[in-house]
Design a protein. Structure first.
Length: 285
């Protein structure tokens, strides 16, 4: 976000030695009181006027509830504030979904967080959890996105899914839907599908990168979800391809790269993040 020109005030929901994709990690999880205290400091200095709030990985229900209170207060300050929420709860491995945060976060996301969010970026498993509905076909996915719109958000992007891609099994499908209500009350919905090449490795942090770039590109292209998603997904591809290439070199011939070697090559991808060459096109549905 900073590379793309945003002033960012960062609050760590966790302060860990490293991400949890490693075998070991040490550190602290911020609780709601600590978050509230930090926010109070911003408020006392009257610097709590924001254009955007972006949230991702959280492990604590009270922390999440506090986020909702803060977002609602910030929206009173600035009614045009856009809250981008990546509802990080879990994912699918070999077709089986599982949660990697405590299960009691789900009702808080579903009943409190999603209703105040403007843009959400769940993966397929998270979209299914939030709506209680399984996705087997593209039609299911579009209906699930409609259910998510009905909960509050104007923009829903299912960042990855195990739907069958027309380009074949080596491609991953992402779907986006943007619903706007015009002044006269009519609704316009723009929907897109993207197919991007799968990269055979487990990366950590791709969801965070996706949500941050989607925030930036929807800001720069507010009424064009197609272009915003093309830039986001293309930049992702550049970062992932650079990361896997570098990881393989470090691991050496025939060895599987480890967590440290698979750390996203963010700094090395600065130019791609600033001005991504479009290598993944979106289809308007």
């Amino acid at each position: 976000l900073q590379v793309l020109g945003f002033e960012v005030d960062t609050v760590n929901s966790v302060q860990f030695s490293n991400h949890t994709g490693y075998a070991h990690w040490k550190g602290q999880v911020l609780n709601s009181d600590e978050l509230h205290e930090l926010y109070e400091g911003l408020k006392l200095n009257k610097v709590n006027r924001y254009d955007y709030v972006l949230t991702g990985y959280t492990r604590d229900t009270s922390f999440l509830a506090m986020v909702v209170d803060i977002v609602q207060e910030l929206k009173q300050q600035n009614p045009n504030l856009v809250y981008v929420c990546d509802p990080v709860m879990g994912d699918k491995w070999n077709g089986e979904g599982s949660m990697y945060v405590p299960k009691d976060l789900l009702p808080v996301y579903r009943d409190k967080v999603v209703p105040v969010a403007d843009i959400i970026t769940p993966n397929q498993f998270e979209a299914e959890l939030l709506t209680g509905r399984k996705i087997y076909t593209e039609k299911d996915a579009l209906e699930v996105m409609d259910m998510l719109h009905a909960m509050g958000p104007e923009t829903v992007v299912i960042t990855s899914s195990d739907l069958q891609a027309s380009l074949g099994n080596d491609y991953l499908i992402a779907l986006g839907s943007h619903r706007k209500t015009k002044a006269d009350g009519t609704r316009i919905t723009q929907r897109i599908r993207m197919e991007s090449p799968k990269v055979d490795a487990v990366f950590v942090g791709t969801g965070d990168l996706f949500a941050a770039m989607l925030l930036a590109w929807t800001h720069k292209h507010p009424n064009n979800l197609k272009v915003a998603c093309e830039k986001t997904v293309s930049a992702m591809q550049h970062v992932l391809q650079r990361t896997i290439k570098s990881a393989k070199v470090q691991a050496g011939e025939g060895n599987k790269p480890n967590s440290a070697q698979l750390e996203l090559r963010m700094v090395q991808s600065k130019k791609d993040i600033e001005n991504p060459e479009i290598i993944v096109k979106a289809t308007v549905l």
